[in-house]
Each structure stands twice: as C-alpha cells, then as structure tokens.
Design a protein around this ligand. Sequence first.
Ligand SMILES: Cc1cc2nc3c(=O)[nH]c(=O)nc-3n(C[C@H](O)[C@H](O)[C@H](O)COP(=O)(O)O)c2cc1C
Ligand code: SF4
Ligand code: SF4
Length: 347
Amino acid sequence: MDLYFLTGTGNSYWSSITLRDLAESDGVTTNVIPVDGLKRGDITLNKSDDLYGFLYPTHGFSLPWYMLKFMLKFPAGRGRVFFINNRAGMKLSRLYTPGISGIAVLVPMLIFLIKGYKIAGTMPLDTPSNWISIHPGLRPKIVNSIFDRRVSDLRNLWNRLAHHKRIYPAKFWILLPVDILVSPVSFGYMLYGRFLLGRTYIADYKCDGCGLCAIYCPVSAIRMVNKRPYWTYRCESCMRCSNICPKSSINSSVPLAITYSWLLFWIIGYQGPFAEIWRWIDQTGPLPSFFIKYAVWWIITFIFAWVVYQVVFLLSRIKIFNILFSYTTPMKFWRHYLAPGFRGKYK
Ligand SMILES: Cc1cc2nc3c(=O)[nH]c(=O)nc-3n(C[C@H](O)[C@H](O)[C@H](O)COP(=O)(O)O)c2cc1C
Ligand code: SF4
Ligand code: SF4
C-alpha cells in the first residue's frame, strides 16, 4: 500500500504512520510518501498491491491546492484508492465535535473515478483543529484524548480495506448534506480565500532571520528577503511556519484580513471605483457577465492585495509598525499547535 500525504502541523502525517503501522502489523508493506516536492516522474504505481491512500488536511471546506494539483498529475490506473481528510476535531465541555469536509473528498473522488480507479472509500478524520489564527491551540490533554479516539477509526478503516470492503462511515453520510450545502464556500475559498489568507502572515519584531520557516514550509511559499520572511501566493495557510518558529514570531494579521475583506467589497461594489466597468460588463447578459466580472474582479483584487502586502511588508521592518501589527492580532497571545512528536520533519 502507498500512502501519499500532505501535512501542515503533523495530523495527516500522524494518520499516515498510524495507518502504516496497522497495515504492517498485518504483514502489508506500506510506503508513507510526502507529496511535497514529488514530481510526476517520481510516482510509481504499485502493481502487486494496487491500493493507494491520500491523506491531507481540510482547508476552507476543501483541500489544499497543492494536494489537488498532485492528484491531477497522478497517473491513471486501475487500482483502489481511498481518502482521509483530516478535519478540525474539537472538544467543547464533554462533547467531541467534528469538522466539516465540504468538497475535500468529493472532488478527489471524481478525479480518481475519471482516471479509472475504484474508489474504496473515505474516512473524515477529526484530528485536533490546528487553525490557530481563529482559536487558541487545544490543550495537550484534549489533543491526546482526540488522537486516542482516532486510532479506532483508523483500525476500522484498515480492517475493511484489508478485506477488500468499501469504507463509508456513518459520519460521512450524516454530514454529506452539510458538505454539499457549504460547497459554494469551498469554491470561494479555493479561488479566493486561500490566496489572500496566505498574505496575512507577518513576522513580528522578535524574528531573528533564522530562516527555519522557509526551510520547513512544505510548499516553499516563503522567500527570505533581507533576512525577513516574505509570504508568496503559494502559501496554503497550513500553519506549520507559525507553529515551528522558535520565536513564536509569525502571526496571521487581523487588520490585514479586515483590509482584504474590505477591499473585496469595495472593489466589487456598484458604489466603488469600478462601478462603470461592472455596469458595462452587465450588458453582456447574465451568464457571460458573471464569468467576466469574476475574472476581472479576481485580477483587480489580486493586484490590490499584492500592493497592500508590499507596503505592509516594508512597514513591518519599522519596529513601531511591527509592534502595532503584532499587538492587534490575538494569535500573538495564545497557545500554538503541533501534533505530538512532530517538528516539521518526516522520519
Ligand atoms: C486555513 C485552515 C482552514 C481550515 N478549514 C477547515 C475546514 O474547512 N473544515 C475542517 O474540518 N477543518 C479545517 N481546518 C482544520 C484542519 O483541517 C485540521 O486541523 C487538520 O487536522 C490539520 O491537519 P494537518 O496537521 O495535517 O495540517 C482548517 C485549518 C486551517 C489552517
Ligand atoms: S522561523 Fe521565526 S525567527 Fe526564524 S526567520 Fe522565520 S519568522 Fe523569523
Ligand atoms: S508559508 Fe507557512 S502557512 Fe504557508 S504553506 Fe508554508 S508553512 Fe504553511
């Protein structure tokens, strides 16, 4: 069995090695393969076993672009495939709550069906939420209790896979209507949110330019510019850099997120500076105008966001501005998160 994984804070890596250990205890040789940096030519189809798993985090009710692109370049074949999307597991009082998948497995299923594979199933895996730009990292006791519960999920998955049975757990079906309902948000995140979210990161005044964030980024999204990290549009907002920075120096700036949201409404608004352009496009008819408007709006927003980020990046070199950016972001004050034992390296 080959397990291809992408991870930000280690949950998907934990899922991969836990599943590998279960399979190997049954005598099934299992390769755990990080997709970061893997090229099309590096992918070999496993003739003897024919079972491929894809493990990755859920981002914005969808999957990271990087994983999607990897799946698209995966060779066509006849084997069995399954998907494990790690989601935001939480514990509120005594209640364990699940995350929401949106299109995180529906799109991959479609891609692999078209490529000729048999879909063996899916397992949404509620590992601890790592989205520390919106909430503090979970307490270690809760993290451990969530992981303990996930081992039995993976055992069930493996038992079924080993017996060539399909795996579609009840929690997949129960949340499917919600997943379909939120799918417009999923596409919005993939086409827009994800790119701008990655542009909200700023290193604070404690950054000493060690460059570890750039080295450990799974998708090489950080460039060091004059000894300061600069986030490019490649960023998947996976949270690894914020959590491995030895100085806890990386924050996702709330004022920047608000600026981008405001830009979005100002640019698309009929009261804004581009109102005449939108009215002119409206004359092309409802459907063409929708697509033209979206494309023009996307380009303008991205140019504006790029300019804003250049300015903020330059200002962040001035200590007083940097302190201002840092102290207006709650993330600076709360607990970070990495899966137990994970420090950005794969064994
Ligand atoms: C930017 C971002 C968006 C996220 N969106 C979702 C989501 O839509 N649904 C969900 O259940 N979890 C979401 N999460 C939580 C992660 O998918 C979850 O914590 C996962 O276990 C992280 O796996 P990793 O450590 O392998 O990256 C999000 C996390 C981040 C950082
Ligand atoms: S890891 Fe932290 S301290 Fe090192 S360069 Fe990145 S932001 Fe700065
Ligand atoms: S820059 Fe940071 S958040 Fe973005 S993909 Fe790289 S490690 Fe993840």
